[in-house]
Design a protein around this ligand. Structure first.
Ligand code: ADP
Length: 214
């Protein structure tokens, strides 16, 4: 029996045995019923830069405004969907690909999806962007200098990485490619969480996907 990962299990995309099923509901119908514009807020940045903290704050604000949201946290997904993946470049690429595909499905379901994961490589973030419409992907660079992230070290991971106990650790022994033209650039060493979450909300208001008044 072939299993995922066996070359015999993989099939070319144009395999003649599989065709797309056309959904009975038109594109956008599910979002329309929710009365919102679905999208992906893709938060990328170093470990400890503040992605999860800001993602949580933004989700709370959207939720309070009556929006239907979902939070996809990279660390949490590694306990389930991505638990077979490690931190080699190939596994990181697959980690981002799966997360992006799940986010895309959630956009199809009409949700405002917040993805919080390091997603260190530009190419994979670009591929994630291309899965949804041009107005449906907002790349948010959650930026703090490496030494600030190391100083915060909320999970004690930098200390272990520097001691050589964690191989392939982003910023220490594995690269991070900062976004070149993110829709939003949040500097978490210069502003507090409330101010940064407000920047995200302001961008969504500017785009007309979140009402100006709560
Ligand atoms: P990440 O998800 O990027 O790994 P976390 O959100 O888990 O980062 O941790 C970031 C840490 O930095 C938290 O302990 C948070 O309280 C702290 N922090 C300090 N200032 C900020 C800020 N302005 N924005 C976000 N987090 C901040």
């Amino acid at each position: 029996m072939s299993r995922p990962g066996d070359s015999s299990f993989r099939r070319p995309l144009d395999a003649p045995t599989i065709r797309r099923t056309v959904a009975a509901l038109g594109q956008g119908a599910r979002a329309e019923r929710k009365g919102q514009a679905p999208l992906i807020l893709w938060m990328t940045g170093l470990s400890g830069s503040g992605k999860s903290t800001i993602a949580g704050r933004v989700e709370e604000a959207l939720w309070q405004r009556g929006h239907h949201t979902m939070l996809l946290d990279g660390d949490n997904l590694r306990f389930g969907l991505n638990k077979d993946l490690g931190f080699t470049a190939a596994d990181r690429i697959e980690n981002v690909r799966r997360t992006a595909e799940v986010a895309k499905l959630m956009v199809e379901a009409g949700l405002m999806v917040i993805c919080s994961l390091i997603s260190p490589f530009r190419r994979e973030r670009m591929l994630a962007r291309e899965l949804v419409g041009p107005d449906e992907f907002i790349e948010i660079f959650v930026d703090a200098p490496l030494d600030e992230c190391m100083r915060r070290d909320p999970k004690g991971l930098y200390a272990r990485a520097v001691a050589g106990q964690i191989p392939d650790f982003t910023g220490i022994s594995s690269p991070y490619e900062p976004p070149e033209a993110p829709e939003l650039h949040l500097r978490t060493d210069a502003h507090d969480v409330d101010a940064l979450a407000a920047q995200v909300l302001a961008e969504l208001q500017r785009r007309g996907v979140v009402a100006r008044t709560a």
